[in-house]
Design a protein around this ligand. Sequence first.
Ligand code: HEM
Length: 546
Amino acid sequence: MLNRDIVQSLPHCASLHQIQGSRSTVPVLVAYPSLHACPLNDTMILHTLSIDLVTVGVVLLTVALLVQALGNSRMATVPVLGTTAFFGYLTALKSQTSITEFLKAGYEKYKSRPFQLPALRAWIIYVAGEQIQDLWKGRDDTFSLKEEVNDLIELQYTLGPSIANDHWHASVIRRQMTQNLAAKFPELYEEIQRAFLDELNLPANGEWQEVKAAEVFTRVICRVSNRLFIGFPLCRDERFTELSRDFTLDASTAAVILSCFPSFVKPMVLRYLTRIPSTIKEFAKYIIPIIEERQRQEVLGDGWNDKKPFDFLQWMLDAARGSQRDPKDLNLRMINVNFTAIHTSSMSFTQAFYWLAAHPEYTPALRMEIEAAVTQLGWTKDAINAMVKVDSFLKESMRVTGIGASSMGRKVMRPITLSDGTKVPKGAHLAANLYGVHRDPKIYERPDEFDPWRFSKRVDAGESATRHALTTATPDFLFWGGGAHPCAGRHFASLEMKAMIAHIVLNYDVKLPRDGVRPKDIWFGASCIPNQTAAVLFRLRQTRAG
Ligand code: HEM
């Protein structure tokens, strides 16, 4: 038996639950495009080749766990979408490639009433309308994001219990990082400029050059994000950039593999069948010496305060107390932030870029707005804030083609009755039907149409700019999740993506090889992945007339 094939097939079973309903599920899906080039390295394959019996055991165990998972988790009182035959697996398999059809049908059939749809590892109850408000208002002791994430990406094993159980660094992202974005913007913009120059490497004569968009944007986002997280020069280190980029893939693959084993063997599985321990060690070689050096400098008191670095790592160091100051723990938190930031941002940006490249008719209006803002305010955060059309363009991209069909995945922590009377037991999994909401004609006129100025038109008409801003999470715009836990990094992610679009529009001409044909998205369960292999054409901007 070829063990490699079995290992490769595991993601299909394990990630299904993961991709339903939670942002942390998104990176898991990044693993899929790499299935041709298996993410497992040769050493791991040697391990697997030597354990045929284990393989048989794993397959049997997996089947048993799957049957148990779906067999037990359907709620008797919630309407079911699709068939319950084979514990729902037929529907679960079908929904892998057609989740949007299911979510649309459920939204139309049940209106705002909850319905349930099987994923491979659990049934998910989808909510909309009033019941999104239930999720929105719910506290962590009722609807837990943390428990959902831990279930989904096996965080307690991959990064350990300290990271899984205490997200104190999220408040550093929410507060210090967000508050300091204006001050950090010049550096971030410098990194955007340099990264595009390096990664695109265009001929000076203005010839078109084909580039792999997703690949380039992921590397640019790694560099720009790490400029904020740990600063220069590490953000430009080739190996560190690779590590940042690949950890999501490794962690996603590991989560999938771990999910097929019972808890007591997971530590062994992590150690022998995944790359996680060696990747953490390699990260540590870069990050721990920097942490230790900064901690040593603290004895200088004010002398250090005056010259200490101004980046996310330092904001964490300043906020950490007691055991939170352990360099190993801080290293894991840095890895965790990379995990949450890089692929979510690069996939979202790629989605928006494909709209830009497919519709050159939108470029003149964007150029005019960007030129006006930069002329008046320079390359500053204020200038980016003034770019209402760029904001609208990105927000519309995220509404129509974000990175998932569901949002706000939560594990139910105690029996609860939703506002329509639906009783939901402890342990159930709930998610908001993002696709249904984002395509609801009562909320968005002609919802299937990409209208880049959909939101800026409302602002121009006098409606609240904040209400329609990309960064604003609402029950009608679920891209950032919401309630008690909207994305903590959304202000940074929005700023980064807006500045990148503005930089491209102002400095490059772009087009697709087949004019107007936007590269097709790839759907895996509830996750939407922008085409990862599509080539696009870039050249240095030829017209300066706006
Ligand atoms: C376009 C890029 C991004 C997208 C689409 C995205 C999306 C999300 C979503 C959907 C959630 C879950 C919200 C919920 O379930 O209610 C989330 C949570 C979170 N995100 Fe993001 N995110 C992005 C970028 C980032 C970045 C750049 C960072 C860090 C710098 C970040 C840090 C976090 C954290 C810490 C949480 C957990 C918040 C909490 O527990 O309260 N995200 N994100």
